[in-house]
Write a protein that binds this ligand. Structure first.
Ligand code: GLC
Length: 469
């Protein structure tokens, strides 16, 4: 019999009640290493009228704004193009600038009032240090005081000083290094602006990221980190930081430079679980090499809808990519997940979309589907807490939103997925199978007016994997 709405809600409520217990179990984890990217994020909130004023000031026409030959920043106007695009479509993108003058422009025009930890490795290291994990080792390519200040003052959160001594990251100040600042321009759903008499309303709260970051562009790797992780026991490695590479700056060669590093991690005994966190990667050659060369070496990967569509494109799945772009429904995004899994052979892939997370993994994957579900529920609770409070800065913050209602939108998504899988029980359990793989899905808690969104995907992926116990 098809489950009633009460049964569905009750069933997921019970799962969410387990989240604090799941979190407590993370104490069992010895070491997490997070590589390669950490930077300083300068967060700026743009209202529709702020954006409109800037556009008017720059004297840009609608045609000007919509003319985007490449998604990159060559001059300040490109930043307005990027924000306009993301604002009007309600999407998240990151564009890079290679000219130091643009960096100076951003510093002056966008400011540095609200600074926080940025980038996948940095955000994940910070957030995970709040759990009971014994040691979190962060790779930081550039670690002067300004970067160190973005780390939580926690003694289990470590990095290397200039001589390779492992220390609490917040205490480090490597001489002669410069912090990398990225600008995160956040905007809110429902906000609008008017250009040439036409009104544009933002359909979904999101952000545009403008990045100038030479250490990231060159994928600088700290040898102290690699030496340490080759030598010492490590349970999990979370990997990211390829997204800002570009083919005109040696991008694929830089991606390839990390292959022997990953292979060496894979040879360790016991072997760490290696997770690749995908990010918005504009350069198609770089994206393709991440998909074809890195994903198959990782045990696990995490991405969102946009990133999944981008990856389909470089994996020869244009038709499906187009279908997903037209209609990013749970069924279509699930097809995307299955196609990416098949093409890359990565044993476990998680896709997080608005209101719904789905994981597809090989049957013999060392983490059981039920454990995965625990991790994903904890991830959803933590993500909602982050959106609600605007930060995850203490153990208590991590489950602040856990008793809020599971989103109806997420449950509707799960219904569609369970119809697609022809499995009604899936609606109650989130556990099923497809094409010889296990499938796990969890409806999330949605916060209507999130205080922040940046780093959400990173938080979701990390808790889903490390909380899977
Ligand atoms: C990218 C950006 C970084 C931001 C992160 C959030 O890594 O470069 O600035 O903090 O995404 O997920």
């Amino acid at each position: 019999m098809y489950p009633s709405p009460e049964q569905i809600a009750e069933s997921w409520r019970k799962e969410y009640e387990k989240a604090p217990e799941t979190l407590a179990k993370m104490e069992e984890i010895g070491t997490l290493a997070a590589a390669f990217n950490a930077n300083v994020d300068s967060v700026v909130r743009f209202s529709g009228s702020d954006l409109q004023a800037r556009i008017n000031q720059a004297g840009m026409s609608l045609a000007d704004l919509e003319n985007i030959p490449t998604r990159g920043i060559r001059r300040p106007e490109d930043i307005l193009r990027g924000i306009f695009r993301c604002f009007t479509l309600g999407i998240a993108e990151e564009w890079t600038a290679e000219d130091p003058e643009i960096y100076q422009w951003m510093k002056k025009e966008l400011g540095t009032r609200k600074l926080q930890m940025g980038a996948q490795a940095g955000i994940i290291a910070n957030t995970m240090s709040l759990t009971g994990i014994k040691r979190v080792i962060a790779h930081v390519a550039s670690l002067p005081a300004l970067q160190a200040e973005q780390f939580f003052k926690k003694n289990n959160l470590l990095s290397f000083d200039e001589s390779g001594v492992l220390k609490p990251a917040y205490q480090i100040d490597r001489p002669g290094e410069e912090a990398s600042v990225h600008w995160i321009i956040e905007f809110s759903k429902g906000d609008s602006l008017e250009i040439e008499g036409k009104t544009f309303t933002c359909p979904k709260s999101n952000r545009f990221i403008a990045t100038y970051d030479p250490v990231l562009f060159n994928l600088v790797i700290d040898p102290h980190f690699t030496d340490f992780t080759f030598r010492e026991p490590v349970d999990y490695i979370i990997l990211s930081g390829y997204q800002a590479l570009s083919e005109n700056n040696n991008g694929t060669a830089l991606v390839k430079k990390t292959i022997p590093v990953i292979k060496q991690w894979r040879q360790k005994n016991p072997r760490p679980v290696i997770h690749l966190e995908i990010a918005s990667t504009q350069d198609t050659a770089v994206r393709e090499s991440v998909a074809r060369l890195i994903m198959p070496l990782a045990d696990s990967a995490g991405l969102n809808e946009r990133e999944a569509i981008d990856f389909l494109e470089v994996l020869g799945q244009q038709t499906l990519a187009e279908e997903c772009r037209r209609q990013p429904s749970p069924e279509n995004m699930f097809k995307a997940l299955a196609a990416i899994k098949k093409e890359t052979g990565c044993p476990r892939i998680q896709l997080h979309m608005f209101g719904l997370y789905m994981t597809m993994q090989d049957k013999n994957f060392p983490i059981s589907p039920a454990a995965d579900r625990n991790g994903m529920v904890l991830a959803a609770a933590a993500a909602a807490s982050k959106a609600l409070t605007g930060q995850l800065a203490s153990y208590r913050d991590l489950t602040a939103a856990v008793s809020m209602p599971v989103s109806q939108y997420g449950i509707e998504g799960l219904k569609k997925l369970s119809a697609f899988l022809a499995d009604e029980n899936f609606l109650l359990t989130g556990l099923g199978s497809y094409s010889g793989c296990d499938v796990i899905a969890v409806p999330a808690i949605i916060i209507d007016h999130p205080k922040t969104l940046v780093g959400m995907g990173d938080t979701i992926s990390a808790f889903s994997l490390l909380g899977a116990r």
